[in-house]
Ligand binder design. Structure first.
Ligand code: CP3
Length: 362
C-alpha cells in the first residue's frame, strides 16, 4: 500500500521549502501549516464585493478574477496554502451536462442522469475546455513565486471532485438527503455505474493534469458526500474508482489530499486509496482518527467550522485541543472539518490562523 509519493519529492524540488507540502509528505516542519476549507467565500467582504458584479461561474471562468479572489483570501488570512477558486461541478459542462447555481440553493442540474443511455452520451474528450482553471493557477503561482518573509513557499492547491460525490450531483440533480436516485443507479446491474465512474475518471485525470502542469503543488480530491455510504457500499462501488483516481493523480507528481464529511467509519477504507493525506471532519477526535490509521498517512483538520461563531476563548481552547491531539507528529495540516459558512465573523477566522501559527511550533 502506498503511503507517500516519492515521485512528488523528485519532480517538485521547488516545493521543498513549503511547510504545507512537507506536511503532506509527513516530513518535519517548523510549525503546523494551516489553510481553511472555503477560505475564499461569502463570509469575506472582499469576496462579496467581487460577487456583487460577477456570478459564481463568471468568477470561476475568468482567470484574472479567480486568481485575484484566491490570492486575496490567502493573503488576508495569512495561511500557508492557497486553494484555487473554482467549483467541483465545472467538469460537467464539457461532459455535456448543463447546470447552474441557484442563489441560496446550491447547484442544480436541469436534466439529471438516470439511464445508461444518458451515461453513454456523456463526453470525455473536451476536458481542455476547462483550461481557464489552469490559467488562473498560473497567475496564482506567479504571484506567490517569491518565498515569504519567513522563507516559506506558499503551497498552491488544485482540486477535483471524487467520483461518488460528482456522480451524486449528476444523478440527483442537486444536493440530496437520502441519495435514493444515486444509490439506485449505483446498485443497478446494467453497467451504468462502472461506465459513469470510468468516464468521470477520464475527465478528472485530464483536468488534474492541467492543474499540475500549471503549477499546483498538491491536488485535493473532495468526496464531500462519501459519508452517505455504508462501509460495504463504499468498498464495493467507490473504493476501486477512487483508488484509480488517487493513484493516477499521484503519478502526475503531486501529493493527494482525500477529503470527505461524516467519514469516521470510512477512514480506514479511505486510506486504502493510498492518498497521502486524509481530510477529517470534526465529528471524530483527531487523535482517535489518526491512531485508527496507525499514523501511516498525513491528516488534515479538524475544527468544527461553526466553532468560529463561539467566543474567542472557546475557539482558542478547541485549537489547542486539536494541536495537542496531533502532538507535533509530522503530517498534520490544520484545517476546519468542513467549509467556512456565510456570516462567520472574519476577525475570528483571522485570529484562528494567528493562534495556530503561534501555538503550532514543534
Ligand atoms: O476557498 C474556497 O474553498 C473556494 C473555492 C471552492 C468553491 N467550491 C467555490 C464556491 C471550492 C473548493 C469548492 C468545492 C465544492 N463545490 C464542493 C466541495 C467542498 C464542500 O463544501 O464540501 C462542493 C460540494 C461544491 C458544490 C457547491 N458549490 C455547493 C454545494 C455550493 C452551494 C453551497 C454554498 O456554500 O452555498 C456551491 C457554491 C460555491 N462554490 C460557493 C463558493 C464560494 C458559494 C456560493 C457563491 O459564492 O455564490
Amino acid at each position: 500500500m502506498q503511503q507517500t509519493n516519492p515521485t512528488a519529492i523528485q519532480t517538485a524540488p521547488q516545493t521543498a521549502g513549503s511547510r504545507f507540502v512537507r506536511a503532506c509528505l509527513r516530513q518535519p516542519v517548523d510549525r503546523t501549516p494551516v489553510w481553511l476549507l472555503r477560505q475564499a467565500g461569502r463570509y469575506m467582504p472582499e469576496y462579496m464585493a467581487v460577487r456583487k458584479h460577477h456570478s459564481l461561474l463568471d468568477i470561476c471562468r475568468t482567470p484574472d478574477i479567480a486568481s485575484e479572489v484566491t490570492i486575496t483570501a490567502a493573503e488576508r488570512l495569512g495561511v500557508d496554502a492557497a486553494i484555487i477558486f473554482a467549483d467541483l461541478l465545472l467538469p460537467f459542462t464539457p461532459m455535456g451536462l448543463d447546470f447552474e447555481f441557484v442563489n441560496g440553493e446550491g447547484p442544480v442540474v436541469h436534466q439529471p442522469i438516470r439511464t445508461l443511455e444518458q451515461i453513454q452520451a456523456l463526453r470525455t474528450d473536451r476536458a481542455d475546455e476547462l483550461n481557464y482553471v489552469a490559467h488562473a493557477i498560473e497567475k496564482v503561482v506567479k504571484h506567490f513565486k517569491a518565498p515569504r518573509p519567513d522563507g516559506d513557499q506558499l503551497g498552491i492547491i488544485g482540486f477535483i471532485g471524487a467520483p461518488f460525490t460528482l456522480a451524486s450531483y449528476m444523478i440527483e440533480g442537486s444536493g440530496s438527503r437520502n441519495y435514493i436516485e444515486a444509490k439506485k443507479l449505483m446498485y443497478s446491474t446494467d453497467g451504468s455505474w462502472p461506465l459513469l465512474m470510468e468516464k468521470l475518471i477520464t475527465v478528472l485525470v485530464a483536468y488534474a493534469q492541467q492543474q499540475v502542469e500549471a503549477g499546483a503543488d498538491v491536488i485535493q480530491i473532495f468526496d464531500s458526500w462519501a459519508g452517505a455510504l455504508s462501509v460495504p457500499d463504499y468498498r464495493q462501488y467507490c473504493l476501486a474508482p477512487t483508488t484509480e483516481l488517487v493513484q493516477r493523480v499521484q503519478a502526475l507528481g503531486v501529493p493527494v489530499i482525500y477529503f470527505g464529511v461524516d467519514t469516521a467509519s470510512l477512514l480506514p477504507t479511505m486510506r486504502e486509496t493510498g492518498a497521502d493525506v486524509l481530510g477529517l471532519d470534526w465529528r471524530i477526535p483527531l487523535d482517535e482518527a489518526w491512531s485508527t490509521l496507525n499514523y501511516r498517512v498525513a491528516v488534515q483538520g479538524n475544527l468544527d467550522p461553526i466553532t468560529l461563531f463561539a467566543p474567542q476563548d472557546i475557539i482558542k481552547t478547541r485549537v489547542e485541543e486539536i494541536l495537542k491531539a496531533a502532538a507535533g507528529r509530522p503530517g498534520h495540516i490544520f484545517n476546519l472539518g468542513h467549509g467556512i459558512v456565510p456570516a462567520t465573523p472574519v476577525d475570528n477566522v483571522i485570529q484562528l490562523v494567528q493562534w495556530i501559527k503561534e501555538s503550532g511550533k514543534s
